[in-house]
Write a protein that binds this ligand. Sequence first.
Ligand SMILES: [Zn+2]
Ligand SMILES: [Zn+2]
Length: 258
Amino acid sequence: MRVQLLPSSFDGHGRATLDQRLTCFLIDDCVTVDAGSIAIALTSEQREQVRDIIVTHPHMDHIASLPIFIDDLYSTLREPIRVHATPEVIELLERDVFNWNVYPRFSGLSNDYGPVMEYVPIPTGKEFKVAHLTVIAVPVNHIVPTVGLIVTDQKTTVAFSSDTAETQEFWDVVNKVNEVDALLIEASFPNDMAKLAEVSRHFTPATLGNELKKLSQNGLDILAVHLKPAYREKIIQELKALKIAKLGVMEPGKTYSW
Ligand SMILES: [Zn+2]
Ligand SMILES: [Zn+2]
């Protein structure tokens, strides 16, 4: 399985930087987990292939350019963009984003070939299919309804925490999987911002270190994501100080294969 955290920031020459302001993971060039930078960082080939988007929760950094992505493709789509999300998240997207005020309600619109956007409600705690992938969504501990995801192509399994603070069910499901190859987990704030991390339900390196004690899988790659750009270097130093084997930081723009 190939996974890329799409870049979301560019320097004066248009080159991608390591600052991660938006969240969008591209899997095997055709499925994404979240859609923060989906309209700004895909190649044209990828843009033609991505038709399935799993939205973990409706925060702006995870959906910012989703409406623009559908808008860009509007007249050429031969099949709808499928937005896979829990019923609660679908309701929030319809109420707060695709509401004719912030952007058009694409779920009710068609081009010459048919509907341009379709919601696919997903269950929690049991398997569902998205393209060639099998996925389990598990509610995590964030300030809006949010799911973590365990994604497998039958050979490789990758777990995505999404945005969360201390949680349990996610680990119960991850620990039950035969073999997890990689865990992509959030580390949003440095340790001295623990208060803000707590009220906004995110991890610091310290709380992440505690949380990882719940993980019973061995030997997997653990990559921190969702580092607030203003504190990136500090968070990286604090993660290193945890001295957890195979814990690194995911590099936006780089394709990882497991
Ligand atoms: Zn969030
Ligand atoms: Zn976020």
